[in-house]
Design a protein around this ligand. Sequence first.
Ligand SMILES: Cc1cc2nc3c(=O)[nH]c(=O)nc-3n(C[C@H](O)[C@H](O)[C@H](O)COP(=O)(O)OP(=O)(O)OC[C@H]3O[C@@H](n4cnc5c(N)ncnc54)[C@H](O)[C@@H]3O)c2cc1C
Length: 614
Amino acid sequence: MGLFSNRKTVFVDSDILVVGGGMAGCGATYESRYWGRDLKVVCVEKANIERSGAVAQGLYAINCYMGMQWDENQPEDHVRYARNDLMGLVREDLGYDIARHVDSSVHQFEEWGLPIMKDPETGRYLREGKWQIMIHGESYKPIVAEAARKAASEVYNRIMVTHLLMDEAKPNRVAGAVGFNVRTGDFYVFRAKAVIVCAGGASHIYKPRAVGEGMGRTWYAPWSSASAYALPILVGAKMTQRENRITLTRFKDGYGPVGAYFLHLKTYTENAYGEEYESKWYDHTKELVGDYIDRQPVPTCLRNHAFLEETKAGRGPIRMVTKEAFQDPHKEQVGWENFLGMTIGQAIVWASQNIDPKHVNPELTTSEPYVMGSHATCSGAWASGPSDYAPSDYQWGYNRMMTVDGLFGAGDTIGGTAHKFSSGSYTEGRIAAKAAVNYVNDMENDKFQVSEKQYQDLKKTIFQPLENYQVGRNEIVAGTVSPSYILPLSGLQRLEKIMDEYCGGISANYITNEPMLTRGLELLDMLKEDLEHLAAEDLHQLQRAWELQHRVLASESVTHHTMFRTETRWPGYYYRADHPKLDDTDWHCFTLSQYDQESGEWTMEKAPVYHIVD
Ligand SMILES: Cc1cc2nc3c(=O)[nH]c(=O)nc-3n(C[C@H](O)[C@H](O)[C@H](O)COP(=O)(O)OP(=O)(O)OC[C@H]3O[C@@H](n4cnc5c(N)ncnc54)[C@H](O)[C@@H]3O)c2cc1C
């Protein structure tokens, strides 16, 4: 028994456990109750579901809405769109499944009180773009959370889930999760028949552009700490497309999104000399990726590529031309409101740097890479598809079940399905929940089996950083550096540096190659050795310690996948300098990995891509 593991243990048994109460988690909680009236549904969240996850600040647009009631788009159109943007590689079965259900989720949001802007001429939802509708979304998350709160048997806020529990009676079956309350320090054992992981994406894997006084400012939520990936990876669930990290063009220093500016305000970009630059890079890009450059809309990564090449040619900074649009008072108002309802930091940065977009064209930059499965990239867990639509290679059980029995996922967690965004993540949570209810019902009286040893061992491991601190601090005479421990912030900065320099971050201009990745993996191994000596001075730091553990494991998976895919499929997201071209002959496929906790080894394989939609 460790010095700090003698803490109160709270047991919570349920039928369905939802880990993470963001958009997907709220959808999963709501729908579990809908189909499982008599089931015990528990949602556990490390913050408070009222304002947690990537939508915590609110949003200005719902980015995934078909508009089938007005025949604006059909699900097949969305599959084509996502496939094009991801240069051919998406799980069409999963994407179609979300697209056919997403409108009903949006209608629920409106019924619950979310103000959706209307086109005064047509009475339809006001479109920002082909897939986006505009909302007054500051309270988007509280509205969605209220539905989940009312649906759940219990919601446990402020509990960081650190590990999943496995059933000891049945191999490869999940049996719950453990974690600790970040306020009281109580240890929680959640035993459940089915677990739905909805713990968001990953920021702070790579060194951010905003360091020093700006540290913590990122585009994706800084609290998205890769638990969605580390939890399933640790128990051997297969992952897919982890190399498909995202880099975004954003307003400089505040990471303000550009979507509303391009789509609604019709602003455009130019180089430092006022020139259009994307067309200059057409021939060069065609050499690398072939016909993908001729597709409409041009894949996001290729637009990034032109931006990066123009900057490397010395004609930066690239600016967004706002001066024209902002002369229209309505557009000026929309331009500011867009940030005030979603990314307040960008409005503050502009105010503090004397940038009034009506008079100055603001600078853009490309962000550090993030790892996620709900935005414009496909990184996540490999999941079974819908029984009425998925090819047999993609079906091994229940919809959205990973390769571990009883373990489901949604939103950023699930790979292969880019462009689901907030509404699609919520919808995927609903889809996963319906399948999880079926799984639980099919289990009938079959109960999970978790030995005391399993959770007591985890309890000791979880609280070990508190002990490391209490013992190690006695060796310090001044300052904070101890000869025997490493603090979470130091570990985080070391991780970000490794990923940045060796796995295609901003300092390396997103470039990497096999020798660099090999060295990156060696350094990650050394970091992992040191993580055994992580120290936490309080519960807050203990949370940081476990977030770091999750980020490191997720980073390792990204690096292995990047090494495995010997081509550059998405220039503008990252470059394999030793394989600079897209290679559809060998790499028109998904990459899959599996981690073995015992040996620490990763196994890589390819999986076929099926084009179901013509
Ligand atoms: C700046 C920004 C702008 C965006 N703009 C738009 C937009 O305009 N329109 C749109 O539709 N979408 C937008 N998105 C995308 C949208 O927010 C995401 O697609 C969506 O939130 C993903 O849902 P999720 O449930 O997977 O993750 P999240 O909503 O992030 O939820 C994850 C949850 O898991 C919790 N969690 C994490 N780890 C643990 C753990 N170990 N234990 C317990 N709980 C944990 C988190 O606290 C969080 O509540 C934007 C995102 C960002 C960051």
